[in-house]
Design a binder for this molecule. Structure first.
Ligand code: MLT
Length: 408
């Protein structure tokens, strides 16, 4: 008789965003005709820029001609031209990468979910608390944890990110094997400084741990002194994997494209250099046939002068929203963090309210949907996230409603 993977039974709730949608639907059913404004999920809203659209069209046209048609690629790693363009981008941050270290994929979410599969099931996993739920849930499903007690899974090391430590974790006191770090951070919107990353790299090297560095929001960093890649820290190539995405600056949330860097220098217990890189290649070639050739061609537009400028404009567009949300939250006296180098704002729920209670209050009074901090782990309880993705006029509408209708 077939059986199911019972590790799924340990997952504490539905995945966060479907749960928010469910609650929003219930509210709308009870309040027909009410217009709800969404500052919840970090989903892009602005159209693809002209240069990207042109590159996508050219990619489609190639498939319409027998002389330029391509089917499966030779491997799943991605087109060499795209990987070379990415390597060139990293060289602008002073990071030198070989093309063989870059694996193009269908997005940062699947990569951050799948990367754990190349590590032993007995690896001890550490996460920032709060954290993007994918890191924890995929390790639960893989069987690396016990059940959840008071919101924390047995076997996972939670690294508290609090107001006191500026929402960046201290290095773990115990020995861990895999550490998930996200900067600029989802959900807190806070970005790590170089010295903070240096401390993590030092810990990882001393403990032979691997940092899984999610840099999906790196394009939102506007201060050149802040690292856009963990490899800007010396020694990081021996202990870190980096994951990134075209979703948030190119607008590819629905188009799907990302990449993961597994340096050849990365070593773990009982492996020689290149082995972890080869393992990720093996995993991808077994379970993935490569990102869409149309999409990879479209992404080449990002690396033209016009495309780069249009993507930077898209980031600036969303950051104007972040600035406006922050302005209003400050004005009404809420305590707000993030939103200066990231498209997320993190705030303390007023009057010691729980995150979900504040979700209900914001929805019923201001008709605005946000994301309860507790959905990102126990450390997020009492906090709330607002996303800066949205059309300017919708965000303006939402913040005016917050200012006028939210009772504090
Ligand atoms: C979020 O709102 O946290 C993001 O949209 C999640 C994602 O990009 O998968």
């Amino acid at each position: 008789m077939a059986t199911i993977n019972t590790h799924y039974d340990k997952l504490t709730a539905g995945y966060l965003f479907p749960e928010i949608s469910r609650r929003t639907r219930t509210f709308l059913e009870a309040n027909p005709g009410v217009e709800v404004m969404r500052l919840g999920i970090g989903n892009t809203t602005e159209p693809l820029s002209p240069t990207i659209v042109k590159a996508l069209h050219q990619s489609v046209d190639k498939l319409a001609d027998v002389a330029t048609y391509t089917g499966y690629a030779d491997g799943s790693e991605g087109e060499v031209a795209l990987r070379e363009a990415l390597a060139k981008r990293y060289s602008q941050y002073g990071v030198s990468l070989d093309v063989s270290e870059i694996f193009v994929s269908d997005g940062a979410k699947p990569d951050s979910a799948n990367i754990q599969s190349i590590f032993g099931v007995d690896n001890v996993v550490a996460v920032q608390d709060p954290a993007y739920p994918v890191y924890v849930d995929t390790n639960v499903i893989a069987g690396r944890t016990g059940t959840a007690v008071d919101g924390q899974y047995e076997g996972i090391v939670y690294m508290p990110c609090t107001e006191e430590n500026g929402f960046f974790p201290d290095v773990p006191k115990q020995k861990v094997d895999l550490m998930y770090i996200c900067s600029p951070n989802n959900p807190t919107g806070v970005v790590a400084t170089k010295s903070q990353l240096e401390a993590l790299v030092e810990y990882a090297r001393a403990n032979k741990a691997v940092i899984i560095f999610d840099a999906a929001y790196a394009a939102y960093i506007s201060d050149p002194a802040l690292p856009r890649s963990i490899y800007e820290v010396e020694g990081a190539k021996t202990c870190a994997i980096e994951i990134n995405s075209f979703s948030k600056d190119t607008g590819f949330t629905g188009v799907r494209l990302g990449w993961t860097i597994v340096p050849n220098d990365l070593v773990v217990e009982n492996t020689e250099p290149g082995r972890v890189n080869a393992l990720w290649g093996r995993r991808q070639n077994t379970m993935f046939n490569g990102a869409s050739n149309i999409v990879q061609g479209g992404a080449m537009g990002v690396f033209t002068e016009a495309g780069a400028k249009e993507c930077a404009d898209m980031v600036a567009y969303y950051m104007l929203n972040a600035q406006r949300i922050r302005e209003v939250l400050d004005k009404i006296g809420l305590k707000v963090f993030g939103g200066t180098h990231a498209p997320f704002l993190w705030m303390r729920a007023p009057n010691e309210m729980s995150s979900w209670d504040f979700f209900d209050k914001l929805l019923s009074e201001a008709h605005v949907v946000g994301t309860p901090g507790s959905g990102f782990g126990p450390g997020g309880e009492g906090y709330f996230r607002l996303s800066a993705f949205g059309h300017h006029e919708d965000v303006e509408h939402a913040v005016q409603s917050i200012e006028q209708n939210l009772t504090l």
